[in-house]
Design a protein around this ligand. Structure first.
Ligand SMILES: [Zn+2]
Length: 338
């Protein structure tokens, strides 16, 4: 059964030349606004022949490195700088971003678990559907800027995925390396089926994902990485002229071959990580302790590394519940070329 057209309309013309700032308007009707709209800001920069790129942040609303970098780019990118078309959406899940939350306060929706989306679904599903059926078909390459948000802190990296189409896989990997984060990765997803990544890749488009820090804030170091990376991405795919700017230290390549990279808590309590982000770890090392907060004198539970590698992500808040990811350990590799 074919889906009806998206209820979302754009206030910009994606084919018009020059710089346009506007909105995606999603009709809503609720107690606050009977004939209202969710207004998702976007910028389109269009200049003659060339590839088309879609740059997205705020897929999760509390991941501020990407949101901030894209708001800055939207303010500064000039039409004469671009060959082709750059579409910038700093806050894909606008209701979540305004609330400072990972998910939407309107429907509880996690946008990156809502693809390919549904024009007759919730607000979050309608946003996903618009990206899948309207924006992604307009472009050749997509850069989706994530970070850990309020509950995770992540070593800044750009990543691609293993794909059936090896040329598509190679082109995405080259973009992930060119982004120039301290780390580049081929990423294993815990559940790929409903990701934006998969919605883009299944259309044969090039998709590069990033994780650029976390904790629900930004730091100067991570903003440098985010902004340099966005610029490198545009240069690499031919949208902007210039020289690629590599990271200060040689890039570290890591691989996440399977789900054993993720260490998840089987206890509730107070978390003590014994390693810092980016530290190396050997199999069997104690990486974390969880303390019972209801009493003194109880022996903490120890979590040990089930593999050797690099600590690439950690839980950010000190309190932990059963099922929370405590740590992610990735394998350092000489090459990502598979
Ligand atoms: Zn995210």
């Amino acid at each position: 059964m074919s889906k009806r057209p998206s209820p979302i309309s754009a206030t910009v013309d994606f084919d018009a030349q020059g710089v346009q700032h506007g909105f995606l308007k999603l009709p809503i009707s609720n107690d606050e606004s009977a004939w209202g709209a969710v207004m998702i800001p976007l910028t389109v920069v269009n200049n003659g022949e060339g590839p088309s790129a879609l740059l997205t942040g705020g897929n999760h609303g509390d991941e501020y490195e990407g949101i901030t970098a894209l708001l800055k780019l939207a303010n500064s990118l000039k039409a004469e700088d671009v060959h082709g078309r750059v579409i910038i959406v700093p806050m894909m899940n606008m209701p979540a971003a305004q609330a400072g939350r990972r998910t939407s306060p309107m429907d509880g929706g996690n946008l990156n678990r809502s693809f390919p989306g549904d024009p007759d679904g919730s607000v979050t599903e309608q946003i996903a559907d618009y990206f899948t059926r309207t924006l992604v078909p307009l472009v050749d390459v997509v850069l989706d800027l994530h970070s850990g948000g309020r509950t995770l802190d992540i070593v800044p990296f750009a990543a691609s995925h293993l794909l059936d189409d090896k040329q598509q896989q190679r082109q995405a990997l080259e973009g992930a390396k060119a982004f120039g984060a301290p780390t580049a990765m081929v990423m294993f997803e815990l559940d790929a089926a409903r990701l934006f990544d998969t919605a883009v890749e299944s259309q044969g488009k090039i998709f590069v994902a990033t994780e650029l820090g976390g904790g629900g804030t930004t730091t100067p170091e991570r903003m440098v990485i985010a902004e340099r990376g966005v610029r490198n991405f545009l240069i690499h795919y031919g949208l902007v002229d210039g020289e690629l700017e590599p990271p200060a230290e040689p890039q570290v390549y890591v691989d996440m071959p399977d789900a054993s990279c993720y260490v998840q808590s089987e206890h509730t309590g107070l978390l003590e990580l014994t390693l810092a982000l980016g530290d190396t770890v050997s199999m069997g090392d104690v990486i974390a302790r969880v303390y019972d907060m209801t009493r003194t004198g109880a022996v903490p539970v120890e979590y040990r590394a089930e593999r050797s590698g690099l600590l690439v992500a950690r839980r950010f808040p000190a309190q932990v519940n059963m099922g929370d990811t405590i740590a992610v350990i990735a394998e350092v590799v000489d090459s990502l070329d598979l």
